[in-house]
Write a protein of this length. Structure first.
Length: 259
């Protein structure tokens, strides 16, 4: 059984990839919709939230937990991993590996929340693996609320304007590869791709999902998926249908502060 958590809906991009690769696996997804976004939170609050999210998933008997949140993965996951016996997997390592394999000119862009970019986690791991790589990191704090509120259509004027401003340094750098360091960002990949033609986009959640799938053989069991949120599930269910290509889900609300 695989547990997945994110600050909200973004982790569904990782879930979708995992479900495609492991259709007979059991999944438990938790979206902390009552406390989204995580990207502007302090270090201590992020640790509190991550521990509560993990502790909730552990009550479901999961065998591995994917922190499908670029902020948690970048800022606190390594720090708290030793507290748990269940394996914790983040989104940084796998996406860095895929970006390094994809780049032709060694110029790699990274976009994420403010906390993710401030941590320097992606840039440090890229440079550790390839010292001559050039990394251009840009914080995109408005992307998460735009996605969470459904401003995701390819022709959405508001999101296109915000994206054009955020992505200008990436375009100017000549980067040929861009890591979407927040799992919300692939939902607006069409908008990002239109502004950066020819640039290879690396979805951090999907990359992590592929890495986990390699460790889990395909099961013959009947797969199942449960979805939980910390706020009203109505909006989650509606937007999740878009994230999951029309698949209908029914989330349940939990009091995450109990964990």
């Amino acid at each position: 059984m695989i547990g997945i958590f994110d600050s909200g809906l973004g982790g569904l991009t990782a879930y979708r990839e995992l479900h495609k690769l492991l259709p007979n696996e059991q999944f438990v997804y938790f979206g902390d919709t009552g406390r989204v976004p995580y990207g502007s939170r302090s270090h201590e609050i992020l640790k509190k939230y991550a521990r509560q999210d993990i502790d909730f998933l552990r009550t479901k008997g999961v065998d591995v937990i994917l922190a499908a949140c670029g902020t948690v993965s970048s800022v606190v996951l390594d720090e708290i991993a030793a507290e748990y016996t269940v394996p914790l997997v983040g989104v940084v390592d796998a996406s860095v590996a895929e970006a390094l394999a994809a780049t032709q000119n060694g110029i790699i862009g990274v976009i994420g929340t403010g906390a993710t970019i401030s941590s320097g986690a992606f840039a440090k791991k890229i440079k550790a693996a390839r010292a001559d790589a050039q990394v251009v990191s840009v914080a995109c704090p408005l992307f998460v609320p735009l996605v969470e509120n459904g401003y995701i259509q390819r022709d959405c004027t508001v999101t296109k304007l915000v994206a054009a401003d955020y992505l200008a340094p990436i375009k100017a750098s000549g980067a040929d590869t861009l890591i979407l360091g927040c799992t919300h960002f692939p939902i607006i990949a069409d908008i990002i791709g239109d502004l950066l033609p020819g640039v290879t986009l690396i979805s951090s959640g999907a990359a992590a999902a592929r890495a986990i799938a390699k460790e889990y053989p395909t099961s013959d069991a009947v797969g199942s998926s449960e979805f939980f949120v910390s706020d009203s599930p109505v909006n989650f269910d509606e937007v999740a249908r878009v994230f999951l290509g029309g698949e209908t889900v029914t989330a349940k609300k939990v009091d995450i502060e109990k964990y």
